[in-house]
Design a protein around this ligand. Sequence first.
Ligand SMILES: *Cc1c(COP(=O)(O)O)cnc(C)c1O
Length: 459
Amino acid sequence: MPLADVETLQAIEPKTKGANARDVKIVLGTDELPRAWYNILPDLPAPFPPYLHPGTKEPIPPQAFEPLFPKELIRQEMSPNRLEPIPEELREAYLRLGRPTPLYRATRLEAFLRTPAKIYYKREDLSPVGSHKPNTALAQAYFAAKEGVETLATETGAGQWGSALALATNYFGLHAKIFMVRVSYDQKPYRKHMMRLFGADVVPSPSDRTSIGKKFLAQDPDHPGSLGIAISEAIETAVTSPNTRYSLGSVLNHVLMHQTIIGLETQAQFELGDIEPDFMVGSVGGGSNFGGFTYPMIGERIHGRSDTRFVAVEPTSVPSMTQGRYEYDFGDTGEMTPLVKMHTLGHTFVPPRIHAGGLRYHGTAATLSVLLDAGLVEPRAVDQVSTFQAGEIFAKTEGLIPAPETCHAIRGAIDLALDAKAKNEERVIAFNYSGHGLLDMEGYAAYLAGTLQDNGHAT
Ligand SMILES: *Cc1c(COP(=O)(O)O)cnc(C)c1O
């Protein structure tokens, strides 16, 4: 699908002149913040495949997860309840830190594309750290604090998850121990400073704090690290330190459930604006922002109350949904996790170093995999250069600079809008604007210099 000429951007005729204010932005009041999350488990079209022990291949009993996760989160992970209440203290944290978030209409993007489609986007970039990740970080820190946990250990790549968890642990009075992949620690300093401002202990991984880290350092004192190694260090820290648990930023059922606050707000906004989306679109790394945005509406579709289609966008260089196999695999490189049935490229797959660091995961959330397998979610893969082109168009039309991950969702929405134009169809497209790109300018620098490649960093 050819893109409209970026050079013609100056000639946009804004359609918003004299338009209904609802065609610009739909906001919810403080009282309209959701009171419960949506849990898709009881609505899934096929039974959820249990997590298996890698040795015995038997389902793992919930208690076996207690050294790793707070008990309440283990309960939520397997909850049969369609709705799980959001505690008042946590709702207050959501309110203070930016929720509810607005739903915008991208009228200037529509005008630029000369498409009959209407395009809406949900603003998850407005949190203090610039992404959707605090939605679950705050919940995880809250429930951990209630159980007397003192420290949460986690891993982070470029630092989006680490900064969200640092914000959340600080808010609820916990310590955070964050293993940050060494190359990012050295080359992407800003989120490291954010984490430290929130009081987190940030350690470059591999580190000398764990036996696994020491093993890799002995092989190579300048080891660049990887997310797989950082996960193993965080897990080892959680199981060997007093009052410490592990925290994961995506993939798990309870994480995606916490993120449904995005989709529940969006549904209320659709109702206010009398909007019936034909398509909902999101980027997929582990699946948390996509699941959070779409699952409440997927529930409606499963119950026959909606015809919306759901498009999940991934990079062509990490094609777990479009080319992966649906089978049991480890969640991490170090083989420390249970076996999870998911769309996977294999846990030894080494993702190319694309700028969308949050999308470099070999697998896909298990619930999302069930929905993909049932055909309820349609996967698409897009290449890196075309996502940055979408980011440039978005910056010039809507005035926002998207995160490289978010550029994938925008690219998916633009393709659907151009397809609507080709078919002269009045479709309604909504996508999740998962985060801003203000700390990811080196990707844009390579794009502007013309040195960006489809499947990796500039050389
Ligand atoms: C982490 C991240 C993603 C990808 O992770 P998911 O769990 O798939 O949502 C997407 N966008 C942004 C801005 C992120 O920080």
